[in-house]
Write a protein that binds this ligand. Structure first.
Ligand SMILES: *[C@@H]1O[C@H](CO)[C@@H](O)[C@H](O)[C@H]1NC(C)=O
Ligand SMILES: *[C@@H]1O[C@H](CO)[C@@H](O)[C@H](O)[C@H]1NC(C)=O
Ligand SMILES: *[C@@H]1O[C@H](CO)[C@@H](O)[C@H](O)[C@H]1NC(C)=O
Ligand SMILES: *[C@@H]1O[C@H](CO)[C@@H](O)[C@H](O)[C@H]1NC(C)=O
Ligand SMILES: *[C@@H]1O[C@H](CO)[C@@H](O)[C@H](O)[C@H]1NC(C)=O
Ligand SMILES: *[C@@H]1O[C@H](CO)[C@@H](O)[C@H](O)[C@H]1NC(C)=O
Ligand SMILES: *[C@@H]1O[C@H](CO)[C@@H](O)[C@H](O)[C@H]1NC(C)=O
Length: 290
Protein backbone atom coordinates (compact mmCIF):
# COMPACT_ATOMS: atom_id res chain seq x y z
CA UNK A 1 0.00 0.00 0.00
CA UNK A 2 2.66 2.40 1.05
CA UNK A 3 4.74 1.57 -1.97
CA UNK A 4 1.71 2.26 -4.15
CA UNK A 5 1.31 5.62 -2.47
CA UNK A 6 4.99 6.34 -2.95
CA UNK A 7 4.95 5.43 -6.60
CA UNK A 8 1.91 7.65 -7.10
CA UNK A 9 3.78 10.52 -5.52
CA UNK A 10 6.85 9.77 -7.60
CA UNK A 11 4.74 9.60 -10.74
CA UNK A 12 3.13 12.95 -10.10
CA UNK A 13 6.52 14.46 -9.32
CA UNK A 14 7.83 13.04 -12.56
CA UNK A 15 4.98 14.44 -14.63
CA UNK A 16 5.46 17.79 -12.90
CA UNK A 17 9.12 17.68 -13.88
CA UNK A 18 8.13 16.95 -17.46
CA UNK A 19 5.67 19.83 -17.51
CA UNK A 20 8.20 22.26 -16.02
CA UNK A 21 10.94 21.13 -18.36
CA UNK A 22 11.77 23.64 -21.07
CA UNK A 23 10.11 22.84 -24.35
CA UNK A 24 12.03 22.36 -27.55
CA UNK A 25 11.59 25.29 -29.89
CA UNK A 26 9.24 24.90 -32.83
CA UNK A 27 11.31 24.11 -35.90
CA UNK A 28 10.48 25.97 -39.10
CA UNK A 29 13.16 25.40 -41.71
CA UNK A 30 16.86 25.34 -42.43
CA UNK A 31 19.08 26.14 -45.37
CA UNK A 32 22.67 25.05 -45.91
CA UNK A 33 23.85 24.71 -49.51
CA UNK A 34 26.32 21.84 -49.79
CA UNK A 35 28.31 23.72 -52.42
CA UNK A 36 30.73 24.97 -49.73
CA UNK A 37 31.77 22.33 -47.24
CA UNK A 38 34.51 21.71 -44.68
CA UNK A 39 36.29 18.48 -43.82
CA UNK A 40 36.42 16.67 -40.50
CA UNK A 41 39.03 18.03 -38.10
CA UNK A 42 39.68 21.08 -40.29
CA UNK A 43 40.46 24.48 -38.81
CA UNK A 44 37.07 25.68 -40.07
CA UNK A 45 35.31 22.98 -38.07
CA UNK A 46 37.27 23.91 -34.94
CA UNK A 47 36.36 27.58 -35.44
CA UNK A 48 32.73 26.69 -36.04
CA UNK A 49 32.59 24.72 -32.79
CA UNK A 50 34.15 27.66 -30.99
CA UNK A 51 31.62 30.02 -32.57
CA UNK A 52 28.66 27.84 -31.63
CA UNK A 53 29.77 27.52 -28.01
CA UNK A 54 30.29 31.27 -27.89
CA UNK A 55 26.78 31.89 -29.26
CA UNK A 56 25.39 29.38 -26.82
CA UNK A 57 27.18 30.77 -23.77
CA UNK A 58 26.36 34.33 -24.72
CA UNK A 59 22.67 33.50 -25.15
CA UNK A 60 22.27 34.21 -21.42
CA UNK A 61 23.64 37.74 -21.61
CA UNK A 62 22.33 38.70 -25.01
CA UNK A 63 21.27 42.26 -25.54
CA UNK A 64 17.96 42.67 -27.32
CA UNK A 65 17.73 38.98 -28.13
CA UNK A 66 20.61 39.31 -30.53
CA UNK A 67 24.28 38.42 -30.49
CA UNK A 68 26.90 38.33 -33.25
CA UNK A 69 30.41 36.97 -33.00
CA UNK A 70 33.21 35.63 -35.19
CA UNK A 71 35.82 32.97 -34.53
CA UNK A 72 39.21 32.22 -36.06
CA UNK A 73 41.43 34.00 -38.54
CA UNK A 74 40.95 34.94 -42.13
CA UNK A 75 40.79 31.99 -44.48
CA UNK A 76 38.96 29.95 -41.85
CA UNK A 77 37.07 32.67 -40.02
CA UNK A 78 33.42 31.91 -39.16
CA UNK A 79 30.83 34.66 -38.63
CA UNK A 80 27.66 33.90 -36.74
CA UNK A 81 24.64 35.39 -35.01
CA UNK A 82 21.36 34.56 -33.39
CA UNK A 83 18.13 36.52 -33.18
CA UNK A 84 15.27 35.74 -30.82
CA UNK A 85 11.73 36.90 -31.51
CA UNK A 86 11.21 40.25 -29.86
CA UNK A 87 8.59 39.10 -27.35
CA UNK A 88 10.15 35.86 -26.07
CA UNK A 89 11.59 35.73 -22.55
CA UNK A 90 15.32 35.38 -21.87
CA UNK A 91 14.89 31.77 -20.84
CA UNK A 92 12.95 30.86 -23.99
CA UNK A 93 15.59 32.67 -26.05
CA UNK A 94 18.45 30.86 -24.33
CA UNK A 95 16.71 27.51 -24.69
CA UNK A 96 16.08 28.08 -28.39
CA UNK A 97 19.66 29.18 -29.13
CA UNK A 98 21.15 26.26 -27.19
CA UNK A 99 18.91 23.85 -29.05
CA UNK A 100 19.76 25.47 -32.40
CA UNK A 101 23.53 25.15 -31.92
CA UNK A 102 23.13 21.36 -31.65
CA UNK A 103 20.29 20.91 -34.13
CA UNK A 104 22.06 22.85 -36.89
CA UNK A 105 25.06 20.48 -36.81
CA UNK A 106 22.75 17.52 -37.21
CA UNK A 107 20.99 19.09 -40.16
CA UNK A 108 24.08 20.71 -41.67
CA UNK A 109 27.05 18.53 -40.64
CA UNK A 110 29.57 19.60 -43.30
CA UNK A 111 28.29 22.90 -44.70
CA UNK A 112 30.20 26.11 -44.13
CA UNK A 113 27.15 28.33 -44.50
CA UNK A 114 23.98 27.52 -42.58
CA UNK A 115 20.75 29.11 -41.34
CA UNK A 116 18.11 27.54 -39.14
CA UNK A 117 14.76 28.97 -38.10
CA UNK A 118 12.33 28.24 -35.31
CA UNK A 119 9.25 30.12 -34.15
CA UNK A 120 11.28 31.51 -31.24
CA UNK A 121 14.70 32.20 -32.75
CA UNK A 122 17.00 32.07 -35.71
CA UNK A 123 20.67 31.08 -35.89
CA UNK A 124 23.05 31.48 -38.81
CA UNK A 125 26.71 31.38 -39.70
CA UNK A 126 28.89 31.83 -42.73
CA UNK A 127 32.48 31.89 -43.96
CA UNK A 128 31.77 35.47 -45.12
CA UNK A 129 31.12 38.53 -42.98
CA UNK A 130 27.34 38.64 -42.66
CA UNK A 131 27.18 41.49 -40.13
CA UNK A 132 25.22 44.65 -40.95
CA UNK A 133 24.30 43.40 -44.42
CA UNK A 134 20.83 42.72 -45.77
CA UNK A 135 20.50 39.08 -46.77
CA UNK A 136 17.42 38.19 -48.81
CA UNK A 137 18.97 35.39 -50.84
CA UNK A 138 16.87 32.64 -49.35
CA UNK A 139 13.14 32.93 -48.74
CA UNK A 140 10.77 30.88 -46.67
CA UNK A 141 7.08 31.26 -47.40
CA UNK A 142 4.60 29.85 -44.98
CA UNK A 143 0.86 30.19 -45.01
CA UNK A 144 -2.24 28.82 -43.41
CA UNK A 145 -4.19 26.41 -45.61
CA UNK A 146 -7.36 28.31 -44.71
CA UNK A 147 -8.68 31.20 -46.71
CA UNK A 148 -10.55 34.20 -45.43
CA UNK A 149 -14.08 34.39 -46.72
CA UNK A 150 -15.19 37.86 -45.65
CA UNK A 151 -14.07 40.53 -48.12
CA UNK A 152 -10.78 38.87 -49.09
CA UNK A 153 -9.60 41.84 -51.16
CA UNK A 154 -9.86 44.27 -48.28
CA UNK A 155 -8.34 41.66 -45.98
CA UNK A 156 -5.27 41.47 -48.25
CA UNK A 157 -5.16 45.25 -48.19
CA UNK A 158 -5.45 45.41 -44.41
CA UNK A 159 -2.61 42.90 -44.02
CA UNK A 160 -0.38 44.88 -46.34
CA UNK A 161 -1.02 48.31 -44.85
CA UNK A 162 -0.69 47.06 -41.26
CA UNK A 163 2.61 45.28 -41.93
CA UNK A 164 3.84 48.27 -43.90
CA UNK A 165 3.06 50.57 -40.95
CA UNK A 166 4.90 48.48 -38.40
CA UNK A 167 7.84 47.86 -40.76
CA UNK A 168 8.48 51.59 -40.68
CA UNK A 169 8.19 51.60 -36.90
CA UNK A 170 10.60 48.65 -36.47
CA UNK A 171 13.13 50.11 -38.92
CA UNK A 172 13.19 53.48 -37.17
CA UNK A 173 14.56 51.96 -33.95
CA UNK A 174 18.04 53.32 -33.20
CA UNK A 175 21.10 51.37 -34.29
CA UNK A 176 21.62 48.28 -32.13
CA UNK A 177 18.15 48.44 -30.56
CA UNK A 178 15.44 45.84 -31.07
CA UNK A 179 14.01 46.28 -34.56
CA UNK A 180 10.68 44.70 -33.75
CA UNK A 181 7.03 45.71 -33.81
CA UNK A 182 3.61 44.13 -33.43
CA UNK A 183 0.18 45.54 -34.19
CA UNK A 184 -3.37 44.35 -34.12
CA UNK A 185 -6.10 45.64 -36.36
CA UNK A 186 -9.83 45.05 -36.75
CA UNK A 187 -10.83 42.73 -39.55
CA UNK A 188 -14.46 41.83 -39.02
CA UNK A 189 -16.49 42.76 -35.99
CA UNK A 190 -15.34 39.58 -34.26
CA UNK A 191 -12.00 38.81 -35.90
CA UNK A 192 -8.76 40.65 -35.33
CA UNK A 193 -5.60 40.66 -37.36
CA UNK A 194 -2.29 40.25 -35.49
CA UNK A 195 0.93 41.24 -37.21
CA UNK A 196 4.63 41.10 -36.31
CA UNK A 197 7.81 42.25 -38.05
CA UNK A 198 11.47 42.01 -37.05
CA UNK A 199 14.91 42.81 -38.47
CA UNK A 200 18.29 41.84 -37.02
CA UNK A 201 19.41 44.86 -34.92
CA UNK A 202 22.73 45.14 -36.79
CA UNK A 203 20.90 46.52 -39.84
CA UNK A 204 20.59 50.25 -40.43
CA UNK A 205 17.18 51.89 -40.65
CA UNK A 206 17.51 51.92 -44.44
CA UNK A 207 18.67 48.30 -44.49
CA UNK A 208 15.79 47.13 -42.31
CA UNK A 209 13.26 49.06 -44.42
CA UNK A 210 14.64 47.64 -47.63
CA UNK A 211 14.60 44.11 -46.22
CA UNK A 212 11.01 44.32 -44.98
CA UNK A 213 9.80 46.02 -48.15
CA UNK A 214 11.29 43.08 -50.04
CA UNK A 215 9.40 40.70 -47.77
CA UNK A 216 6.13 42.63 -48.10
CA UNK A 217 6.46 42.55 -51.89
CA UNK A 218 6.16 38.75 -51.64
CA UNK A 219 2.78 38.90 -49.89
CA UNK A 220 0.98 38.00 -53.10
CA UNK A 221 3.22 34.96 -53.64
CA UNK A 222 2.78 33.53 -50.19
CA UNK A 223 -0.36 34.73 -48.60
CA UNK A 224 -3.12 35.85 -50.93
CA UNK A 225 -6.39 35.53 -48.94
CA UNK A 226 -4.70 33.28 -46.40
CA UNK A 227 -5.74 33.46 -42.74
CA UNK A 228 -2.09 33.50 -41.72
CA UNK A 229 1.28 33.84 -43.39
CA UNK A 230 4.97 34.57 -43.09
CA UNK A 231 7.82 35.65 -45.29
CA UNK A 232 11.21 34.92 -43.75
CA UNK A 233 14.60 36.14 -44.91
CA UNK A 234 17.89 35.75 -43.02
CA UNK A 235 17.84 39.46 -42.08
CA UNK A 236 14.14 40.13 -41.50
CA UNK A 237 10.72 38.55 -41.42
CA UNK A 238 7.04 39.20 -40.91
CA UNK A 239 4.11 37.12 -39.75
CA UNK A 240 0.38 37.67 -39.48
CA UNK A 241 -2.46 35.56 -38.11
CA UNK A 242 -6.10 35.87 -37.04
CA UNK A 243 -5.09 34.82 -33.52
CA UNK A 244 -2.68 36.30 -31.02
CA UNK A 245 0.49 34.32 -31.75
CA UNK A 246 2.83 36.63 -29.80
CA UNK A 247 2.86 37.76 -26.19
CA UNK A 248 1.36 41.24 -26.45
CA UNK A 249 2.40 42.19 -22.91
CA UNK A 250 6.01 41.23 -23.48
CA UNK A 251 5.98 42.90 -26.91
CA UNK A 252 4.72 46.16 -25.40
CA UNK A 253 7.47 46.00 -22.76
CA UNK A 254 10.11 45.28 -25.42
CA UNK A 255 9.12 48.14 -27.67
CA UNK A 256 6.50 50.56 -26.40
CA UNK A 257 3.80 51.09 -29.02
CA UNK A 258 3.48 54.55 -30.57
CA UNK A 259 0.88 57.05 -29.45
CA UNK A 260 -2.52 55.99 -30.81
CA UNK A 261 -3.15 58.07 -33.90
CA UNK A 262 -3.20 55.85 -36.96
CA UNK A 263 -6.42 53.86 -37.27
CA UNK A 264 -6.33 51.39 -40.12
CA UNK A 265 -9.28 51.20 -42.51
CA UNK A 266 -11.62 48.56 -41.06
CA UNK A 267 -13.45 46.62 -43.73
CA UNK A 268 -16.63 44.65 -43.55
CA UNK A 269 -19.55 44.70 -41.25
CA UNK A 270 -19.24 40.93 -41.35
CA UNK A 271 -21.55 38.70 -43.30
CA UNK A 272 -20.71 35.05 -42.87
CA UNK A 273 -18.44 34.32 -39.97
CA UNK A 274 -15.93 31.77 -41.10
CA UNK A 275 -14.95 29.83 -38.04
CA UNK A 276 -14.23 31.91 -35.03
CA UNK A 277 -11.72 32.39 -32.31
CA UNK A 278 -8.45 30.50 -32.39
CA UNK A 279 -7.83 29.31 -35.89
CA UNK A 280 -5.40 26.57 -36.71
CA UNK A 281 -1.79 27.29 -36.07
CA UNK A 282 -0.70 24.58 -38.42
CA UNK A 283 1.19 26.36 -41.10
CA UNK A 284 2.07 24.72 -44.34
CA UNK A 285 5.35 25.20 -46.06
CA UNK A 286 4.09 26.24 -49.47
CA UNK A 287 7.36 26.59 -51.22
CA UNK A 288 10.93 27.47 -50.70
CA UNK A 289 12.71 29.48 -53.34
CA UNK A 290 16.31 30.44 -53.85
C1 LIG B 1 24.48 18.05 -52.34
O1 LIG B 1 23.08 18.13 -52.41
C2 LIG B 1 22.56 17.55 -53.59
C3 LIG B 1 21.07 17.83 -53.64
O2 LIG B 1 20.48 17.71 -52.39
C4 LIG B 1 22.88 16.05 -53.59
O3 LIG B 1 22.37 15.45 -54.75
C5 LIG B 1 24.38 15.87 -53.51
O4 LIG B 1 24.69 14.49 -53.41
C6 LIG B 1 24.97 16.61 -52.33
N1 LIG B 1 26.43 16.55 -52.38
C7 LIG B 1 27.18 16.25 -51.32
C8 LIG B 1 28.67 16.31 -51.52
O5 LIG B 1 26.71 15.93 -50.24
C1 LIG C 1 39.77 13.63 -36.15
O1 LIG C 1 40.46 13.77 -34.93
C2 LIG C 1 40.20 12.74 -33.99
C3 LIG C 1 40.89 13.09 -32.68
O2 LIG C 1 42.13 13.67 -32.90
C4 LIG C 1 40.66 11.41 -34.58
O3 LIG C 1 40.38 10.35 -33.67
C5 LIG C 1 39.94 11.15 -35.90
O4 LIG C 1 40.44 9.98 -36.50
C6 LIG C 1 40.12 12.34 -36.85
N1 LIG C 1 39.28 12.13 -38.02
C7 LIG C 1 39.66 12.39 -39.27
C8 LIG C 1 38.69 12.07 -40.35
O5 LIG C 1 40.78 12.83 -39.53
C1 LIG D 1 30.85 35.28 -25.23
O1 LIG D 1 31.33 33.96 -25.05
C2 LIG D 1 32.75 33.86 -25.07
C3 LIG D 1 33.14 32.40 -25.03
O2 LIG D 1 32.27 31.63 -24.26
C4 LIG D 1 33.31 34.67 -23.92
O3 LIG D 1 34.73 34.61 -23.92
C5 LIG D 1 32.87 36.12 -24.09
O4 LIG D 1 33.31 36.90 -23.02
C6 LIG D 1 31.36 36.22 -24.19
N1 LIG D 1 30.97 37.58 -24.52
C7 LIG D 1 30.10 38.28 -23.81
C8 LIG D 1 29.77 39.65 -24.32
O5 LIG D 1 29.58 37.86 -22.83
C1 LIG E 1 28.98 42.37 -34.49
O1 LIG E 1 28.73 43.09 -35.69
C2 LIG E 1 29.19 44.40 -35.71
C3 LIG E 1 28.78 45.02 -37.01
O2 LIG E 1 27.40 45.06 -37.08
C4 LIG E 1 30.68 44.44 -35.55
O3 LIG E 1 31.15 45.78 -35.51
C5 LIG E 1 31.07 43.71 -34.27
O4 LIG E 1 32.46 43.64 -34.18
C6 LIG E 1 30.47 42.33 -34.23
N1 LIG E 1 30.71 41.72 -32.94
C7 LIG E 1 31.55 40.72 -32.77
C8 LIG E 1 31.72 40.24 -31.35
O5 LIG E 1 32.15 40.19 -33.71
C1 LIG F 1 -8.14 28.19 -50.32
O1 LIG F 1 -8.17 28.70 -51.64
C2 LIG F 1 -7.37 27.97 -52.55
C3 LIG F 1 -7.33 28.74 -53.87
O2 LIG F 1 -8.57 29.25 -54.19
C4 LIG F 1 -7.94 26.56 -52.71
O3 LIG F 1 -7.15 25.82 -53.61
C5 LIG F 1 -7.91 25.90 -51.33
O4 LIG F 1 -8.50 24.62 -51.41
C6 LIG F 1 -8.64 26.75 -50.30
N1 LIG F 1 -8.40 26.18 -48.97
C7 LIG F 1 -9.39 25.75 -48.18
C8 LIG F 1 -8.98 25.15 -46.86
O5 LIG F 1 -10.56 25.83 -48.49
C1 LIG G 1 -11.29 47.97 -33.17
O1 LIG G 1 -12.64 48.00 -32.79
C2 LIG G 1 -12.85 48.34 -31.44
C3 LIG G 1 -14.31 48.21 -31.10
O2 LIG G 1 -15.08 47.91 -32.22
C4 LIG G 1 -12.34 49.75 -31.21
O3 LIG G 1 -12.51 50.11 -29.85
C5 LIG G 1 -10.86 49.81 -31.55
O4 LIG G 1 -10.38 51.13 -31.43
C6 LIG G 1 -10.60 49.32 -32.95
N1 LIG G 1 -9.19 49.21 -33.16
C7 LIG G 1 -8.57 49.69 -34.24
C8 LIG G 1 -7.10 49.47 -34.29
O5 LIG G 1 -9.14 50.23 -35.14
C1 LIG H 1 3.85 37.31 -21.45
O1 LIG H 1 4.83 38.22 -21.05
C2 LIG H 1 4.66 38.68 -19.71
C3 LIG H 1 5.66 39.81 -19.49
O2 LIG H 1 6.94 39.44 -19.93
C4 LIG H 1 4.84 37.50 -18.77
O3 LIG H 1 4.69 37.95 -17.44
C5 LIG H 1 3.82 36.44 -19.12
O4 LIG H 1 4.03 35.29 -18.32
C6 LIG H 1 3.89 36.05 -20.59
N1 LIG H 1 2.77 35.19 -20.92
C7 LIG H 1 2.95 34.01 -21.50
C8 LIG H 1 1.71 33.24 -21.79
O5 LIG H 1 4.04 33.55 -21.77
Amino acid sequence: MDSLKLSTILLSLLSLAIITQAQDPTYLSHYCPNTTTFTTNSTYQANLNLLLSSLSSNSTRNINGFYNVSAGKDPDEVYGMFLCRGDVSNSVCRNCVNFATKDVLEKCPIEKVAMIWYDECELRYSNRNIFSTVDQDFTIFKSSPNNVTVQPESFNQLVETTIYDIAARAASAPSGAKKFAVQQANYTGVQKLYTLVQCTPDLSTAGCSRCLEGAISKLGNCCDRKQGGRVIFASCNFRYELYEFYNATAAAEAVPPPSPATPSPPPASGSKTSGKGKVDNILFNCHVVL
